[in-house]
Design a protein. Structure first.
Length: 317
């Protein structure tokens, strides 16, 4: 079976069948296959899930109780870690933040990166485009201004951040929208999983909920197609092998999650929150949930690293 590439329109061939982390997510994603374009080295799912189902998934399901991305009660205490501070160091190497005013954190999650940038450069205005209902209060507490639609934005951003977001989209054309809310000196910073499409790729434990699979080559093609100036492209994080090991543990723990199964546990957890002091909860989290090895081994520059990061600049005349 041959499919046209969603980035460069060249014919792409079947790479592998899609692998789920949480089995019940097939309800939202359907039965997918992964195709790889040999011309631009972009991997993508086919057929793409219905956008209405994906939007519902990220708003209501993705961070539900008992799932892999549930928000930890200690999220605010864990912000000053090696991983997050590395982002600030990286961006500050290339960007003079004295000349930056407005930052858009697209698909911000809890918004660690722009929040830390604002702590260092307090003149910054930070905005978030994030539809997850579990995150709205957190972002507002962190002084984010919430944007509900990028099409209604009347001002320009100096920096747009998309950290582990692009791989969740069904198209790369979001960059055209980013360009509309940018000026000639706007920076675009993206980080995604680093996909090396060789035999190692087939040993990955799961794909979900990712729909796009990027490589260094595909980011170079993206820069040319959308007329972006490539400032830097590099690697970060622990190794792919270490990440696959961690992914295997995650799949074993969360693979059988079901929406109704954890309802009573959710109520129980809310009761525990009120009974236990915050310091005790943080201490227990450090013992049972946090693996410092993966944070402390967060590195930069190894081509076998799990993450791929790229910094562009808008190339407007």
């Amino acid at each position: 079976m041959l499919v046209k590439c969603i980035l460069c329109s060249n014919i792409s061939s079947l790479l592998d069948l899609y692998k789920f982390n949480v089995k019940s997510d097939v309800k939202y994603f359907g039965n997918l296959k992964i195709f790889l374009c040999k011309e631009c080295s972009l991997g993508f799912c086919y057929p793409m899930p219905k956008r209405s189902k994906i939007n519902y998934f990220y708003k209501n399901i993705y961070r539900s109780f008992g799932r892999p991305h549930e928000i930890s009660e200690t999220y605010s205490e864990e912000i000053f870690n090696t991983k997050n501070l590395n982002y600030i160091q990286y961006l500050s190497t290339f960007i003079n933040f004295k000349k930056i005013n407005n930052i858009l954190d697209f698909g911000s999650g809890t918004g660690d990166i722009a929040y830390l940038l604002k702590k260092k450069f307090n003149h910054l205005n930070i905005y978030s485009f994030e539809k997850d209902k579990y995150l709205v209060k957190i972002l507002k507490d962190r002084s984010y201004k919430i944007i509900k639609s990028l099409k209604n934005v009347k001002y320009k951003f100096d920096l747009i951040i998309g950290c582990h977001v692009l791989e969740h989209l069904d198209s790369i054309n979001i960059i055209n929208l980013f360009k509309e809310i940018s000026h000639k000196d706007t920076f675009l910073f993206f980080e995604t999983p680093n996909n090396i499409f060789n035999n190692k790729f087939y040993s990955r434990p799961y794909d979900s909920p990712h729909l796009l699979f990027f490589s260094k080559k595909s980011f170079k093609v993206i820069g040319k197609k959308f007329k972006l100036k490539l400032i830097d492209i590099n690697f970060a994080s622990y190794s792919i092998d270490e990440n696959f090991l961690q992914m295997s543990l995650v799949k074993k723990k969360f693979g059988n999650w079901k929406e109704k199964k954890f309802y009573l546990n959710s109520i129980f957890k809310k009761v525990i929150k009120k009974l236990f002091p915050k310091k005790i909860k943080h201490f227990l989290n450090q013992i049972f949930l946090k693996d410092d090895r993966f944070i402390e081994n967060f590195i930069l520059g190894n081509e076998d690293s799990w993450c791929l990061r790229v910094l562009y600049k808008i190339n407007k005349l």
